[in-house]
Design a protein around this ligand. Sequence first.
Ligand code: SAM
Ligand code: DTB
Ligand code: SF4
Length: 335
Amino acid sequence: MNTIDLPSLAEATPTIRHDWSSSEAAAIYHAPFMDLIYRAQTIHRQSFDPNQVQCNQLLNIKTGGCAEDCGYCSQSSHHDTALPASKLMDPAEVIEAAKAARAGGATRYCMGAAWRSPKDRDMAPVIEMVKGVRALGMETCMTLGMLSDDQARQLAEAGLDYYNHNIDTSEQFYPSVVKTRSFGDRLDTLQRVQDAGIKVCCGGILGLGEKPTDRVEMLRTLANLPKHPESVPINMLIPIAGTPIAQIATPVDPIAFVRTIALARILMPKSDVRLAAGRTAMSDEMQALCFLAGANSIFIGDQLLTTPNPGEDKDRNLFDRLGITPRDDRGVQRS
Ligand code: SAM
Ligand code: DTB
Ligand code: SF4
């Protein structure tokens, strides 16, 4: 694809703030769409190459049987979703799967376990996975539920790059989504992860029955943390039969979804904003609008944790038509 000259934005550096008020954030979210996208894209270009997207791949290292009752999740033992539970995978198998993901273009490998929190006996195999995947030259991310200080320290010592722990929605709406833990529990683990020196991946889901203000408040919570999460995944609900939220959820307005991406980009200018779950139900045009609004990261591969993802051929076709290339993060120190 040809390149064209664009006005230089190189000298402009984004302002990093941690004191966003509700009214400021809401005003951005509700701004005229063209103004919102222009502002988000301008801020995006100050820190990122707009034609590059960071590629992650997921693996469910322990499926189902989770003690938490997250109302959207296929893996909760509180819901009848017909998903068979499995034991923690063998580290050697995980490392083989990571090699295949690397060959498919993923630079970060995200390993998820359906746990409320890891047991101490789980730590040794999990640490072996982190070390093995890192040795392949990939970035590592784990999502294992709530962590103690000691578990966070062990993961940091193993070299874990990122820990994913989403707040999912606003503090106010949170009890309508999850009852087995509090919003504060989530923030506590995020603090432990940050204190241990692991980068944070934290975002949420749209389509839970939340109001626009819940989306704004979720992002304001993240932006007002002492340090912005380095990765911010924005998921669109994948309705799972047998979960309580799938019974009441209505599809998210694509324009509202793009507005949320733009707000994440504006509030957290230097974070990777991920267009995460839900892409199989999105048009190519909607995904293009998300990239225009400042999304610069996706999950690649055929599978997320328990549900399908668009897959390599479809994503290559989309990237080619948009002139997007995968971001090469090997050897790059971003923070
Ligand atoms: N058990 C860990 C935890 O809760 O932190 C990690 C796994 S959990 C599946 C990670 C995130 O995936 C959730 O916080 C949620 O944002 C997203 N997610 C889970 N189920 C989803 C669904 N059906 N649709 C969209 N996103 C979903
Ligand atoms: C995130 O925000 N989304 C990913 C990852 N972090 C762990 C998970 C998406 C799960 C989608 C539903 C499923 O496949 O079960
Ligand atoms: Fe368990 Fe995570 Fe699913 Fe909640 S989202 S039920 S914690 S696997």
